[in-house]
Design a protein around this ligand. Structure first.
Ligand code: ATP
Length: 287
């Protein structure tokens, strides 16, 4: 039996550079792992894949990304035997926090351990990329500049340890919808990734906080103005900066002090309908 965490991520910057011939968008994004994680327990069984998810309404069959990841490893590596996967969901679903990718990545790592497959990180990432663009990042974790479809990764210095408040408004955002809307209304303001990387290399969190920028935020916010409201609230409660993660709708706030983050989280809980999580950044090896 193996127990693995599948960690949530936020995008500290997210730029769209253009539309590719394969239909995907060319992106350049700085991604950051968080301590907030789903827990997956994988147990060997004679044959087949079975799944239990503790969140009613979330598919617990072959459509689940953890199931698809197990299926992929088993067929590509000729695994003889099966697996039961038990998922405790903590990452809000369809939130811009890559919860499904986190579960797929944890399953790939878990299967590698459970069946002693000796797959390298690079091989795991190659498998992960077949299932989703965010999965290679979820396998590696830490602070990464992801380019291409998001599957080409450059490891960066860990973002300085920071407390993070996540607030997901009660609205659903589909990632394909957000990208399509972007094509119709491209952003006027883009992140300066070069400047961000320079500030990060200096460990200058204050400058990084000034440079966070997500080109999908204006499109998602036009349809869901609550995102602008949450950003303003986050800042009013002392966040260094606040922004939407991925295609949304979750808004994150970065805080230097744990006390201030806890107060902001409590205020969100009291004043809004948000699904609120108090967490912190983690480096490449989960610390
Ligand atoms: P991303 O930022 O990568 O687009 P997201 O955080 O917006 O992802 P997810 O939580 O990954 O969204 O969920 C997107 C959809 O994927 C869900 O609506 C759900 O139907 C499907 N899904 C499949 N497997 C899982 C899983 N293990 N956990 C969450 N969602 C899953």
């Amino acid at each position: 039996m193996v127990t693995i965490f599948g960690r949530a991520k936020i995008n500290l910057t997210l730029d769209i550079l253009g539309l590719r011939e394969d239909g995907y968008h060319e992106i350049a994004t700085v991604m950051q792992s968080l301590a907030l994680a789903d827990t997956l327990t994988l147990t060997q069984q004679e044959e087949g894949i079975t799944l239990r998810v503790d969140l009613p309404g979330l598919e617990a069959d072959e459509r689940n990304l953890a199931h698809r990841a197990a299926d992929l490893v088993m067929s590509e590596c000729g695994v003889r035997g099966g697996v039961h996967i038990d998922i405790t969901k903590r990452i809000p679903v369809a939130a811009g926090l890559a919860g499904g990718s986190a579960d797929a990545a944890a399953t790939l790592r878990g299967m590698n351990e459970l069946y002693a497959l000796n797959l390298s990180d690079e091989e795991l990432c190659r498998l992960g990329a077949k299932l989703g663009s965010d999965i290679p990042f979820s396998i590696m974790g830490g602070t990464v500049l992801a380019t291409g479809r998001g599957e080409i990764m450059q490891h960066l210095a860990d973002f300085p340890a920071t407390h993070v408040v996540l607030a997901k408004p009660p609205v659903a955002v589909s990632t394909p919808w957000a990208y399509r809307s972007y094509d119709a209304h491209p952003a006027e303001v883009h992140p300066d990734n070069a400047a961000f990387l320079e500030a990060l290399a200096r460990g200058d969190r204050a400058r990084c906080a000034e440079l966070i920028c997500n080109v999908l935020e204006p499109v998602t916010e036009t349809t869901h103005p609550v995102i602008g409201d949450y950003r303003a609230r986050m800042r009013a409660h002392g966040a260094l900066c606040a922004m939407m993660s991925g295609s949304g709708p979750t808004v994150f706030g970065l805080f230097a002090e744990e006390g201030a983050a806890a107060e902001a989280a409590a205020a969100f809980q009291e004043e809004t309908d948000a699904d609120v999580h108090l967490t912190h950044t983690v480096g490449r090896y989960g610390v």
